[in-house]
Design a protein around this ligand. Structure first.
Ligand SMILES: C[S@@+](CC[C@H](N)C(=O)[O-])C[C@H]1O[C@@H](n2cnc3c(N)ncnc32)[C@H](O)[C@@H]1O
Length: 197
């Protein structure tokens, strides 16, 4: 499904970074892991700011476009094609992890999220924006499946070892390519790994 979507020559989520990420990028240190990176807009943005970034995604086509975008902007990014159901990030390694519109079924989150916590260095930051459960039935983006939509409660339960620096649900305008197209309900989270974990 994702390879098909990305077969379009156009960048379907645009080439500009997610605006929540752009607003808070100054809080992030490298190396950065970006899960479900897609066509590279967020990884390339962070690399342009001097950060070392690994973008992981299941779509080879998406990550090829990510590398083309990096080349066109004169920066390097690392990419890895992997199913997040099986991906194991390096332990105690990342200064930051980003998860932008990375909607995963509960079984994948249950396995992956503890591994993400483990892969952050103490003090490291996880920055996440996802469509919230209030987005169900709206046609401005995100999966039409409540189990894959997020909430503050799910974030609190699923990232117990991160201290929330910001955790909110809100409606906001998102115009990021042709699939994210207007007022949308989202959850935004910036969590910091506790020093004793
Ligand atoms: C809505 S797109 C977001 C892409 C990117 N984060 C952005 O903001 O432009 C969701 C991405 O999740 C990836 N994805 C979904 N399920 C995945 C899985 N199980 N393993 C790896 N990638 C997955 C898709 O390939 C797709 O690139």
């Amino acid at each position: 499904m994702w390879d098909e979507r990305y077969a379009d020559k156009e960048y379907v989520y645009g080439t500009e970074p997610n605006t929540f990420l752009a607003k808070h990028a100054d809080k992030l240190n490298g190396p950065v892991l970006s899960i479900a990176e897609g066509e590279g807009r967020n990884a390339v943005f962070l690399a342009t700011g001097g950060l070392d970034v690994l973008g992981v995604d299941g779509s080879e086509v998406g990550l090829q476009k990510a590398q083309q975008l990096a080349q066109s902007k004169g920066v390097n990014i690392h990419t890895e094609v992997a199913d997040l159901a099986e991906f194991t990030p390096k332990e105690n390694h990342y200064g930051a992890i980003i998860s932008i519109s990375a909607h995963l079924p509960p079984a994948i989150r249950q396995r992956l999220y503890p591994l993400l916590e483990r892969s952050l260095k103490p003090g490291g930051i996880l920055l996440l924006e996802a469509y919230s459960e209030d987005q169900l039935g709206k046609e401005t983006g995100g999966p039409n499946n409540i189990d894959m939509l997020m909430s503050k409660q799910k974030i609190e339960n699923e990232f117990p070892n991160l201290h929330p620096l910001l955790l909110q649900e809100l409606d906001r305008e998102i115009h990021e390519g042709k699939f994210h197209t207007g007022i949308a309900s989202v959850v935004q989270f910036i969590g910091q790994k506790k020093h004793n974990k």
